[in-house]
Design a protein around this ligand. Sequence first.
Ligand SMILES: [Zn+2]
Length: 280
Amino acid sequence: MSIRPLASLTTAPTQGTRRLATAAAYGIAEEPVAEEPWVATYQGRRVTAGSTSDHGPLTLHGARRSVERMRGDPLCPRCHGKLRSPSVWEASWTCPVHGRVEPLWPFAQPSTEFITWLADEIQLPAWLPWPLPHGWVLTGAGYAGRDPKSARASVVACSGPNPLGGAGELMLVAEDMGVGVGAGYAALPGPDPGESIGRGGPQAKVEAAGRLTPLWVVPGPDDRAIYVGEAEGHWLWLVFYPETAGALLLDLLQLADMRGLGHEIELLPYGALTPRMYEP
Ligand SMILES: [Zn+2]
C-alpha cells in the first residue's frame, strides 16, 4: 500500500480546540440525562458517564436518554450556507450559490439512542471506523435529504489522537453522485471528486464491510487530506483534518456500516459534538 509521502504532511496545524464546542453552542437542546450512571465496557475498559480517558473527557449518555433528532435549519451540503426552504413555487431546498440541493441537517449529539435510530432509518451506508483507532470517539452523524429514509448522503464524524501528534478529525461520507456533502468537507468547487478517481493505482485502501476498497487522493486545501473511492454503489469520502491525520490509513482501517452493527452500537464511545459540519 502506498500513501502520499509523509514529508509533505508536516505543516498543517492541529485543531484540538475545536472539539471543546458543545451542543449548546449550536442551539441544540439538551434532554434530561438519566440519573443512573451509564456503564459499559469499551476496549476492555469499564467506562461510566462522565469518566475520563487517557485522551480527555468522554461525553457518554444515559441509556434512557431520549433520542435527539436533527434540529434547526438545514445547510447547503456544499458551502454550509443557509438554504431557502421549499415553497409553493419551488419544491426543493435551494442555495443562493448552488441552486437546488439535498438539505444537510444539523448533526445531533451522537449517543447510543441516536445512532440506533439513524441506523434503523437510513437507507444507504453510514460508515464508521470499527474498531475505532485507539482513543477515537464519535463526534457527530447526520444525513442530507428530505428525511433519513430518503437521504442521499450519510456523514459520520469522529476524532481522536493524530498518529503524528495532536488531535485529528475524520469525516466519513457515503453519497450518491452530485449531492456534494463530501466535496463540501473537502472544500472542492464541484459536487463530485473529479478526474483522479480510478486513474492510476490507488494511494490507499480501507476495508469497507469486509471488502478491500481502493482510495484515491483528491487535491484540496493544505489543511486536510482527502481520499475517495466507491463502496456499495456510493461514493466513499474520507476527509482527515489536519492533513497528517491521513496517516491513520498506513494501517488498514476497517469501516463498518452502522446499519449492520446491531448491539455493537452500544459499545461506541462518544465525544462532544463537532462544529465541523458548520465550517467550510
Ligand atoms: Zn451552497
